[in-house]
Design a protein around this ligand. Structure first.
Ligand code: ADP
Ligand code: ADP
Length: 231
């Protein structure tokens, strides 16, 4: 569970002060599927970087699954990040020299998981996203939608409690976007908490809640009835 209270993030730019987040409070329960929307510069990436433990904040409190993260060292943060958080980006960020399976096994290299179990868990994750038959393909031999599915498998292979996605379908066509959103819905149904930044109302419609940012504050926070899937 994510509990953020009165978070402030301030940037100093050539004598000017930018309040990227202005006392933001937000609670995201386990099992939620939340979209973060808002114009460019409204603080979405800043929030995602803080929630994902990639960046620190200036004041306020962040409890991640009950742990107050502000007192932790960088290496403690990295440890929690690797265990608890999966990331999916617009630009896939795959290792092009490795095959699909190797990409998904990569996050497990840092743990103490034996090879056989790493392989099994990576195959499981790839089957979940419908790529069980593409294990040995190089990532430059597959389509954009398949690349994003590899990236999703890589993000969930550690079984994180939260999946953070920043414009995950920004580079994909609308049919592929639908496929990806359904994968997110399935993962969410199985219990993964998902936080997704998007500009597209059509994508936000797949989620259960929309939080709108403007000028570093939450302008609107709306619960949704998730869209019925087309057959
Ligand atoms: P969004 O993701 O909604 O486009 P950002 O979180 O990237 O918004 O940015 C929020 C505000 O903070 C903007 O005014 C942006 O220019 C500023 N900002 C973000 N990151 C930095 C940074 N590293 N240094 C200075 N200003 C920043
Ligand atoms: P987005 O499409 O998510 O809004 P941006 O282009 O605003 O992305 O920002 C990309 C990255 O650059 C983010 O990590 C953000 O924190 C950083 N950034 C944004 N604005 C500034 C800025 N004025 N100075 C330095 N870094 C910035």
């Amino acid at each position: 569970m994510i509990e953020v209270t009165d978070i402030e993030k301030i940037y100093q730019m050539g004598g000017e002060t930018v309040r990227a987040l202005n006392k933001v409070s937000l609670t995201i329960q386990e099992g939620e599927f939340t979209s973060i929307m808002g114009p460019s510069g409204s603080g979405k990436s800043t929030l995602m970087n803080i929630l994902g433990l990639l960046d620190r904040f200036d004041s306020g409190q962040y409890l991640l699954n009950g742990t107050d993260v502000s007192g932790l060292s960088d290496s403690e943060l990295a440890g929690i990040r690797n265990k608890e958080i999966g990331f999916v980006f617009q630009s896939f960020n795959l290792m092009t020299r490795m095959n699909v399976l190797e990409n998904v096994m990569l996050p497990l290299v840092y743990g103490k998981v034996p090879y056989k179990e790493r392989r099994e868990r990576a195959v499981d994750a790839l089957e979940k996203v419908g790529l069980g038959d593409r294990l040995t393909h190089k990532t430059n031999e597959i389509s954009g939608g398949q690349k994003q599915r590899v990236a999703i498998a890589r993000a969930i292979v550690n079984r994180p409690s939260v999946l953070m996605a920043d414009e995950p379908t920004g580079n994909l066509d609308s049919k592929t976007t639908q496929d990806i959103m359904r994968i997110f819905q399935d993962l969410n149904k199985e219990g993964t908490t998902i936080v997704m930044v998007t500009h597209e109302p059509e994508m936000a419609a797949y989620t259960k809640r929309i939080v709108h940012f403007r000028d570093g504050v939450i302008q609107k926070d709306k619960q949704l009835t998730p869209k019925e899937l087309p057959k």
